[in-house]
Ligand binder design. Structure first.
Ligand SMILES: [Zn+2]
Length: 312
């Protein structure tokens, strides 16, 4: 049989990005760039290369239909399904599909380790989970940057990390006062739709560039020989990147999607031990039959994660 490791009725979590398990990339555990599962001719035409494959994404990336569907066909199920022990409840297991391993990935490629000083741009679900991973990895200081009151409150109450509210101060000046010389590791978890300056609001309205303001700020706030990890989505080119500063400061910039299947053993172990408990980012929890009652709230920026139970 094609599926050997799973049985009918088994409780599993499915990876948001699909891999085959046997191509040269998967053999190196570089699952996010699997060369086999792939259906976007547009992506190949634009970049002359096969790249990311995700469930339910745009035509640039998607090979799998329906990341939100009631039923889903999972190619190469042995590699893309993680069996979940019975004693792990749904609201702790579900986020192993994406944000728990993605947050770990951002810290891993961002070189977070014992004693690191880390700054995290954006305290959405992934930014908050990155802060938790940084604590587990032994970071000395963690500074979260955001402007949404609810996110800042959760960062304080649930994680006790330092924060900067970008609406109350100059982020760059404040961070460099807090950490003279800059952070060892700067983790970018900002959505690409976020612009600070008028110049980029204009350019983005013309679809000519994605935002560089945050990236410029991150480059300025990272110490010499530090690392910048980018896991926020970018769907475009970026103009005006301060390349000279990157060279002169010997910065290392790295990005990319999570190698989810590679990180699953580590992530599941931390969920089982209780060190990672994603329920602190759930702001809404309800049955799918009541979805219409909550819809307006779900698009509010105060909403972090909603847990939708599909069983009656
Ligand atoms: Zn592969």
């Amino acid at each position: 049989p094609i599926v050997c490791k799973l049985y009918v009725g088994q409780r599993v979590v499915v990876a948001f990005n699909i891999a085959c398990g046997f191509c040269e990339y998967c053999q190196r555990q570089e699952y996010a760039v699997c060369d086999t599962i792939y259906s976007s001719k547009l992506q190949e035409k634009l970049h002359q290369q096969k790249k990311v494959t995700l469930f339910g994404h745009s035509c640039l990336k998607s090979a799998g239909l329906g990341g939100q569907a009631e039923y889903i066909r999972v190619p190469f199920a042995d590699i893309n399904c993680l069996p979940i022990p019975n004693d792990v409840p749904d609201d702790k297991a579900l986020y192993l599909s994406d944000i728990i391993p993605t947050a770990f990935h951002g810290c891993h490629i961002g070189n977070v380790k014992e004693g690191s000083i880390v700054a995290i741009w954006s305290l959405g679900p992934i930014g908050l989970l990155q802060a938790r991973w940084c604590q587990i990895l032994g970071a000395k200081r963690i500074i979260g940057i955001d402007y949404v009151p609810k996110r800042l409150k959760i960062a304080h109450q649930s994680l006790q990390i330092e924060t900067i509210n970008v609406k109350e101060c100059d982020t760059m000046k404040t961070l460099l006062e807090m950490v003279p010389g800059g952070a060892d590791c700067s983790l970018q978890a900002v959505d690409f739709n976020y612009s600070k300056s008028l110049l980029y609001k204009d350019e983005r309205s013309l679809q000519s560039t994605a935002d560089v303001d945050i990236l410029t700020e991150i480059i300025a706030c990272t110490r010499k020989c530090g690392t910048i990890s980018i896991i926020g989505d970018y769907n475009n080119v970026i103009n005006h990147i301060p390349i000279r500063l990157i060279m002169e400061k010997n910065l290392r910039i790295i990005g990319g999607q999570s190698h989810t299947q590679k990180y699953w053993p580590t992530c599941l172990h931390k969920v089982l031990s209780g060190e990672i408990d994603p329920t602190f980012i759930i702001t809404h929890s309800f049955n799918i039959n009541h979805l219409s009652n909550y819809y307006e709230q779900l698009i509010d920026e105060e909403t972090l994660k909603c847990f939708i139970q599909v069983q009656n």
